[in-house]
Design a protein around this ligand. Structure first.
Ligand SMILES: Nc1ncnc2c1ncn2[C@@H]1O[C@H](COP(=O)(O)OP(=O)(O)OP(=O)(O)O)[C@@H](O)[C@H]1O
Ligand SMILES: [Mg+2]
Ligand SMILES: [Zn+2]
Length: 271
């Protein structure tokens, strides 16, 4: 009896050479598979495969998120110059956890001028939050972040009214209500050019913005809103119910971006 037990101890393995580091290791005779790597290299290989799968999944999230390709490389590190807005938005994004998004504060990012870097900061947040995502890579996953522009959302809702529409309006809200972070850029861009006084929005526009904000409010999930319009002006254009919900969702997380239009910087340099 004792003899039989002893015959299946590890000593029944064979000496082998690791296909990676060349070290010699004891290959145990387990089943039919023949290990090619030593314990250290096997662990390293598994870690590398896991990391590569994580990188691929994050790239897939970026594609799924709706973030336009030119914003994929916008990061807090590629922001030039110091600004309070940078520090505040960065701290907000660093604190965001995809697995604990409920009740996380929404962020309202605004600045009157065009080309101040508002979209840059919003994209940097999306990219950081996707890069911070830590989950089970083995599971098929939906992106934890969605990015869309308000004019595109309004057009999408309008398209849902057509008889041959690909989706109903309810499906649009269902699609946008549950994602951990929803980023809506260019809020109120459609109603007036920046720098001008904005008239009250059409009742359709008011209704769409209300549904957008209320669907996230109801789920207790955050929004990152980006606009040329400050919140008090938004209240006048969109109505109190929408502004009041945004105010509760953001609390003190209202960030103003200052500065000139950087899109013109090369042109300015010529003069
Ligand atoms: N501080 C900055 N550092 C580096 N690049 C910047 C900075 N601010 C703006 N940019 C760049 O300038 C361009 C315009 O910025 P962005 O699109 O973010 O402006 P915006 O404030 O969203 O403008 P708009 O109100 O017209 O939407 C982008 O290419 C952006 O990356
Ligand atoms: Mg922008
Ligand atoms: Zn090895």
């Amino acid at each position: 009896m004792l003899r039989n037990e002893l015959s299946v101890t590890p000593s029944s393995g064979e000496q082998a050479t690791c296909g990676r580091c060349g070290a010699s290791f004891l290959r145990l005779a387990i089943g039919l598979s023949r290990r090619r790597f030593c314990d250290v290299c096997l662990a390293l290989k598994e870690r590398e495969e896991h990391d590569a799968a994580l990188v691929a999944l994050r790239e897939d999230f970026r594609r799924q998120s709706g973030l336009p390709f030119r914003l994929w490389k916008k990061t807090f590190a590629s922001w030039e110059g110091e600004s309070q807005a940078l520090n505040l938005v960065k701290a907000w994004a660093e604190g965001f956890r995809c697995s604990a998004a409920r009740s996380y504060k929404s962020l309202y990012l605004y600045g009157r001028e065009n080309g101040q870097g508002k979209t840059h900061l919003a994209a940097a947040s999306c990219n950081l939050i996707i890069d911070q995502w830590e989950g089970d890579v083995g599971q098929r996953r939906l992106s934890p972040v969605r990015y869309l522009s308000a004019p595109a959302l309004l057009a999408r809702v309008r398209a849902s009214y057509r008889a041959d529409a690909a989706e109903t309006e309810e499906q649009v809200w269902d699609d946008l209500s549950h994602v951990p972070l929803l980023v809506v850029d260019d809020v109120l861009k459609e109603t007036a050019a920046a720098g001008q006084d904005q008239a009250e929005a059409s009742s359709h526009t008011q209704r769409v913005y209300f549904r957008l904000v209320d669907s996230r409010y109801g789920e207790d999930l955050p929004l990152l809103l980006v606009s040329n319009t400050k919140l008090s002006e938004l209240e006048r254009v969109l109505g109190r119910a929408t502004a009041s919900r945004i105010a509760e969702m953001t609390g003190t997380s209202i960030v103003q971006v200052l500065g000139k239009d950087r899109r013109w910087k090369e042109k300015d340099a010529e003069h």
